[in-house]
Design a protein around this ligand. Sequence first.
Ligand SMILES: Nc1ncnc2c1ncn2[C@@H]1O[C@H](COP(=O)(O)OP(=O)(O)O)[C@@H](O)[C@H]1O
Ligand SMILES: O=C(CO)[C@@H](O)[C@@H](O)COP(=O)(O)O
Length: 546
Amino acid sequence: MQNQYVIGVDYGTDSVRALVVNAHTGAAVGTHVFEYPRWKKGLYCAPEISQFRQHPLDYLEGLEASIKGALAGVSEEVCQNVKGISVDTTGSTPVAVDENGTPLALLPEFSENPHGMFILWKDHTGNAEAEEINQLAHHWDVDYTKYVGGIYSSEWYWAKIMRTIRVDSQVRARAFSWVEHCDWISAVLTGDTNPLTLKRSRCAAGHKAMWNEEFQGLPSEEFLVELEPQLAGLRQRLFKDTYTSDEAMGMISAEWATKLGIPADVVIGVGAFDAHMGAVGAEIDPYTFVRVMGTSTCDMIIAPNEEIGHLLIRGICGQVDGSIIPGMLGMEAGQSAFGDLYAWFQQVIVEPVRALLGEEAAAELRKKLIPYLSEQAAKLPVTENDVVALDWINGRRTPDANHTLKATISGMNLSTDAVKIFKALVEATAFGSRAIVDRFYQEGVAIKKVIGIGGVAKKSPFVMQTLADVLNMPIKVASSDQACALGAAMCASVAAGIHPSMEAAQAAMGSGFDAEYHPNAEKVAVYQSLYQKYVALGSFAEKGIF
Ligand SMILES: Nc1ncnc2c1ncn2[C@@H]1O[C@H](COP(=O)(O)OP(=O)(O)O)[C@@H](O)[C@H]1O
Ligand SMILES: O=C(CO)[C@@H](O)[C@@H](O)COP(=O)(O)O
């Protein structure tokens, strides 16, 4: 049975990719990437207030185009032997839906209303609501934040729901339920989006919606109503049970099977977040720290429940039984901006060029700028007097979520140029990573090895070397360019019954590693002291000086 195939669909921040994989060897036989057209134009977003919305049509068009594109170059035999599809998405990226599970922005009256669209993970319009959740949870009988690091974040489900129903009474009146992106797309493929019965992801629910078996599900109705009276009644239209990604959500609908040209008995797996499926794709095993390094970072660790389950790890993005590998405690941390900090600096430089010299010059500069700055920055010595920056350009996700914090660049003089600033920004992202690693250690979670995946891990030896030097740890990079999609394909193979467990799927389908960065002893020592400056600068900034 060597001719069974599975498809992993990975929805990132800017684009969705589909990967067709041989379920026995892990060989990728087809792939296609689709960029969200409305998002690319900046529609429905307002970065100045941290509002980032995505239209469901971007996702639906992307679902069809990415899978069809990935199947376009493969034989009919491959198409006829597709057995399963699993989907990962960013998160927490929820949307208000009607009784049928249709996102409100797909209804004519809400088609241009950002509040009826998906609220992207990096939308921080719910900062005040997150703070209210924290205040109440910390004084309630049971602290519902205890399994999400003790601090609820504005990137998550409840803060986004509260904010939306407060600012838009029409959406509030029409919203029957709220569904995460990974749950909705998986349900769409089955043709049954009923919000009362669709299988909700354990990963999304546990890390972002304060779902836990100990609470018999979501936070209680009393808690939610105390938080916001307009939440009354919503809880019973959400969910009680959750499912891990080795399980099937259902069978593909006849409509989607025909549209994609694949068999009618393809199994659709339960969805999860990109980073979590990415960790599966990167062959995560206990105490390996998998970093998904792109626009943001998501840092994933698993450990046996019996070894770590008794700890309550402070300041991370949650500890959830089975969120990555069933039977293991999945832990998540991360940085809200990683590559986004470099992208911001690129934009600072490119935008005046575009305004003064036109699109063509700007496009050329955009292509060459980060590689050039990286090459030059790698040649600079590292000294204790270097510029030091904070990486909190989109707030701080971990340790201790606080999305009101801002970035800073300090210690400049007249010799400070773009290369030196870029070097400081890269170091700031590495220092932010070090703070996360330190927190895991402080909380009693060991890290035995580090694996990088994602765009930055693949594209930037400079960033990866800096990270190895700052962490003083070797870092391996997974071979697959699409580890998240590969992880989704592994999940699909288990949901479809081809492999008995995630571990078996990883062993059969893993892509291995193609680069390893080792710490440079000389730089390690200087970075120890620059890191102390980063910590001092951070505590200064946290006092609200900036
Ligand atoms: N050569 C490079 N060096 C460092 N960062 C880069 C480079 N090229 C792109 N990036 C960063 O990669 C990020 C995108 O990462 P990617 O993994 O492709 O996307 P996503 O996070 O949306 O899945 C951007 O923030 C960009 O700044
Ligand atoms: O926060 C999570 C998962 O919990 C991610 O979906 C989010 O950081 C998006 O990641 P990328 O866009 O892939 O960098």
